[in-house]
Design a protein around this ligand. Structure first.
Ligand SMILES: Cc1cc2nc3c(=O)[nH]c(=O)nc-3n(C[C@H](O)[C@H](O)[C@H](O)COP(=O)(O)OP(=O)(O)OC[C@H]3O[C@@H](n4cnc5c(N)ncnc54)[C@H](O)[C@@H]3O)c2cc1C
Ligand code: FES
Ligand code: FES
Length: 476
């Protein structure tokens, strides 16, 4: 058992056993380490000004990976076993590196406040992508906002980078002690206790359950892409946190012909990559989920346990009949996703339990799945309404159908009455048009800043008709 957390920062080992572990990383960098190249604007993961690179062994593949993250919502406690590289740490031989030089030469910065964040997101892209084109640049920069440049010059800078001159971080930081630390350090239990704050990161699910029994109010922190925002907005003050980050089994991602099994610490990026070429609809959908910085650490299980009625993966998990695997003092229990939520952020999870994984049945032959998200902006925005539909046709008729909407009630909803009514009906535009008018009987949307009640009724109706048109179009 260790009573401190340890991580490298720009090549130097840091060990912390005091209240600094409860700071967010951007404050630690700027005010404790005077690394003020990392900027903070929104403090809620939306603008990317605070982007840094996080290097860590991927416990599913065994490989060392460097990926971009938002330091403003990432708690220092969660850095155990990792290497943080900031904008100050990417210089090569004491000079600006190729990406930085190209930003200067292409006037990619005006006021410059967003620039370090853009440079770090581009660092992620050159670290992880072989072929670079404008679309890839745009995708890698969805988590970064600039008020001055209009983006054209930033894209020009990215596209003018000579990739052969960009050194990979594993090469830039090739010190043996650091590489041994990242690749070979075994996952140990950690407990850091201060007067105001306690942090526990056990290395087995059994120990995690013991802690949940001992401290019924202990809060699980996964990657903090939800919790970090709540803390920064004073909606949650952490006193005692439990992390599953040092449990190797929590990183398991198993995809076989029957199931996609996603462990509690599998990131949404790891899931997106694992699904490539297999479950195209979900992997495509994950492309418009949040930003690279959020997905690189944010988890599917965190999305489920957060229980937001507009959580983007929830309609998909309902229509695929996913199973929530729950561990508690009396062992494992498995809950069907359709019965997991009972109201706004109310779920079938006791105070001494945790979610260890989600198991999603693979689509069977002939099943058609579509997932939708409607938001005010295409990228990096919260859904007004989201939905998923799964359909099986036999000749001209609907053999089976599952319908789910988010953002139209206190929790994600399944529409069992409409499903039942549609089974056995002919697959025609008239049937879907009539059915779309009946959606209103099973949803209860409210008006808020993201859309009025009437708008949400209309979007739900239109999405269902769009589903028909897309399926019909693909059959021609
Ligand atoms: C800028 C930004 C963009 C975002 N975009 C999207 C988006 O497009 N779509 C979307 O749906 N969400 C989005 N989110 C929300 C968030 O990223 C997701 O909900 C993410 O999946 C949360 O995962 P996490 O690992 O960070 O969870 P955390 O924040 O660590 O935890 C979330 C909740 O789950 C609980 N929890 C975590 N793990 C467990 C467990 N194993 N057992 C029991 N409880 C657990 C925690 O106690 C907490 O209540 C966005 C967030 C930000 C900041
Ligand atoms: S400061 Fe805006 S994402 Fe961190
Ligand atoms: S250069 Fe001013 S915000 Fe981007």
């Amino acid at each position: 058992m260790r009573d401190y957390i340890q991580f490298y920062l720009n090549g130097e080992l840091h060990k912390i056993n005091n209240k600094l572990i409860s700071l967010n990383l951007s404050d630690y960098l700027r005010y404790e380490k005077n690394l003020r190249g990392t900027k903070v604007v929104c403090a809620e993961g939306d603008c990317g000004a605070c982007t840094v690179m996080l290097g860590k062994k991927n416990h599913s593949t065994g490989k060392l990976e460097y990926q971009s993250v938002n330091s403003c919502i990432l708690m220092v406690a969660l850095l155990d076993g990792s290497h943080i590289v900031t904008v100050e740490g990417i210089k090569t031989e004491g000079k600006l590196n190729e990406i930085q030089k190209c930003m200067v030469e292409n006037n990619g910065a005006q006021c410059g406040f967003c620039t370090p964040g853009f440079i770090m997101s581009l660092t992620d892209m050159f670290e992880n992508k072989e072929e670079i084109d404008e679309k890839k640049c745009r995708n890698f920069l969805t988590g970064n906002l600039c008020r001055c440049t209009g983006y054209g010059s930033i894209l020009d800078a990215a596209l003018s980078v000579d990739k052969s001159k960009v050194r990979k971080l594993e090469d830039l930081y090739s010190d043996k002690a650091l590489l041994d630390f990242l690749n070979n350090s075994k996952l140990e239990s950690v407990e850091v206790k201060t007067d105001e704050f306690e942090f526990y990161a056990p290395n087995s699910f059994e120990k995690a359950i013991e802690l949940k029994e001992e401290f019924p109010k202990i809060r699980i922190i996964s990657s903090a892409t939800d919790i970090g925002v709540q803390i920064n907005k004073d909606r949650f003050e952490p006193h005692r946190l439990l992390s599953l980050q040092n449990i190797k089994d929590a990183y398991k991602l198993d995809i076989d012909s029957a199931f996609i099994k996603v462990g509690a610490k599998v990131s949404l990026s790891a899931l997106e990559q694992g699904l490539e070429g297999q479950e195209e609809e979900l992997s495509e959908f994950l492309r418009i989920f949040a930003s690279p910085q959020i997905k690189n650490i944010g988890t599917l299980v965190g999305n489920v346990a957060n229980g937001s009625p507009i959580g983007d993966t929830l309609p998909y998990l309902i229509v695929t009949d996913a199973i929530v695997v729950i561990l508690g003092p009396s062992g494992e229990r498995r809950v069907n996703f359709s019965t997991f939520y009972s109201g706004y952020k109310q779920m079938d999870l006791k105070s001494d339990e945790l979610i260890s994984s989600i198991e999603i049945p693979r689509l069977s032959k002939g099943e058609i799945l579509k997932i939708y998200k409607v938001s005010r902006r295409k990228d990096l925005d919260i859904s007004s309404v989201n939905a998923a539909f799964k359909l099986k046709l036999s000749e001209k008729n609907i053999e089976d159908i599952q319908i789910s909407f988010g953002g139209v009630g206190p929790t994600v909803l399944r529409l069992p009455k409409l499903e039942k009514e549609l089974i056995g009906k002919e697959f025609t535009a008239d049937v879907f048009r009539d059915a779309s008018h009946k959606i209103k009987n099973e949803i209860t949307p409210m008006s808020d800043v993201r859309g009025s009640k009437e708008y949400r009724y209309l979007v739900a109706k239109n999405l269902f008709q769009r589903f028909f048109l897309e399926v019909e179009g693909s059959r021609i």
